[in-house]
Design a protein around this ligand. Structure first.
Ligand SMILES: [Zn+2]
Ligand SMILES: [Zn+2]
Length: 419
């Protein structure tokens, strides 16, 4: 599965250059499965940009998607009136939801476009819209297994588990645990590859907002650990939290559990897959390129924010040395990107094949006049990078060490790009 985070906010922050990396759009997640199904989790404001992207890619061909709504709070539905593909005949969207208070998913979505709020009613959208209420439990949606459970949140909300190709992701954008982690959510999250969990407040803010229905990264980590989850994605960021503050929260979370990332604007995450079709493709790819990266968790992310391209490098050397990792980066080295930031937080060691890949990325950066920055490099890697002369052309920042206060920077900046 491929996941793209079109919106990761709990509500909209004021447009601010300090909020660009985590973005300003509210909950919306695109999920692509290997059997070409498109699932959309929530219809917050992020769905507007998703709609534009879908139309560009479809080139006039019909668009079909299943849209799973967690609950009817504004930040999870308010983007739908601005979702362009819904206005085009031939497109088809099926809504799924379990609404405890508002009644049915159809009433809730249609209410959003009632006369008081919007000039066009949902009945006048040209696409075919289907509404299906779901119950707690499991369901097969055209080859994709979807399980749900009700979680604690004002007026109720559901969490979804999406399983396909031998792996699972769990999406729980809004919930508060209180004194005890919710057993049902732990069960739903059991051994998922990615848990996307509410981390709205900082631990210091939370006591003031008890009962408001949200979590901190601590409960998110608690669920991830209890359920044996592989990776945690912090989600539903408070609108007051600027990029720098969210980076600090992420650093603190990683100190408690390193397998944690935070959803930034347009973050793309790929799951591993044991799906038969993908396995066959992997075998033929592997025969061509001796690249077996398909068989291990990918564990990296490539995300663009303005002129910066951020890459969280994978802990696995096999993945770091793979063609797919290299290609995922090279593909993004296009305008307006002016700086490539490679984060080595999860990387302990490098081998010669990895260095070859880094060398090709460096060459491409030099050709395109893109500045290359390695960050969170450990001492071992630093020595290698010095010996291999990367330090002469790239900026290298070592892991912050000895700082207990989050965000305090004691980074060493080793090299600067010439010119
Ligand atoms: Zn919300
Ligand atoms: Zn909510």
């Amino acid at each position: 599965m491929m996941l793209k985070f079109w919106g990761a906010r709990g509500s909209i922050p004021t447009p601010d250059p300090e909020c660009m990396r985590y973005g300003g759009d509210t909950s919306c997640l695109e999920v692509r499965t290997s059997n070409e199904r498109l699932l959309i989790l929530d219809a917050g404001t992020g769905i507007r940009r998703l709609g534009i992207d879908l139309e560009e890619k479809a080139q006039g061909k019909p668009i079909t998607a299943d849209i799973f709504i967690t609950h009817g709070h504004w930040d999870h539905i308010q983007g739908f009136p601005f979702f362009r593909p819904a206005y085009k005949a031939g497109n088809q969207f099926t809504f799924y939801g379990l609404f405890k208070v508002d009644g049915r998913v159809e009433e809730s979505m249609k209410g959003l476009m009632g006369q008081l709020y919007f000039p066009v009613s949902m009945d006048n959208m040209a696409s075919e819209l289907v509404f299906k209420d779901i119950l707690e439990g499991e369901k097969d949606v055209e080859g994709v297994r979807v399980s749900t459970c009700v979680v604690n949140h004002p007026q109720g909300a559901v969490a979804y588990r999406i399983e396909h190709g031998g792996t699972a992701i769990v999406y729980c954008p809004d919930t508060e645990h209180g004194d005890q982690l919710q057993p049902k959510l732990i069960e739903l999250s059991r051994e998922a590859e990615y848990l996307i969990h509410d981390a709205h407040y900082s631990p210091e803010e939370y006591p003031m907002y008890r009962g408001w229905g949200h979590s901190t990264y601590r409960e998110a980590i608690g669920v991830a650990k209890a359920a044996g989850v592989q990776n945690l994605v912090l989600f539903h960021h408070a609108p007051e939290h600027h990029d720098k503050f969210l980076d600090e929260l992420l650093d603190r979370a990683r100190q408690e559990w390193p397998h944690t990332i935070a959803a930034t604007r347009d973050l793309v995450v790929k799951t591993r897959s044991t799906d038969t079709a993908l396995r066959q493709k992997a075998i033929s790819d592997a025969q061509r390129s001796a690249d077996f990266s398909w068989f291990v968790p990918q564990g990296y992310s490539v995300q663009r924010a303005g002129e910066d391209l951020h890459v969280l490098c994978p802990p696995s050397r096999t993945v770091l040395a793979s063609n797919s990792f290299q290609e995922d980066i090279l593909r993004e080295l296009v305008p307006p990107v002016k700086k490539l930031i490679m984060d080595f937080t999860l990387v302990d060691r490098l081998n010669s094949v990895c260095l070859g890949v880094l060398g090709r990325i460096l060459a491409s950066c030099q050709k395109k006049e893109i500045r290359l920055v390695f960050v969170n490099v450990n001492e071992y890697l630093l020595e290698i990078l010095k010996v291999t002369r990367f330090s002469e052309v790239a900026t290298i920042e070592t892991k912050t060490t000895g700082s207990t206060s989050p965000g305090a920077s004691t980074s060493t900046i080793l090299g600067q790009r010439r010119s």
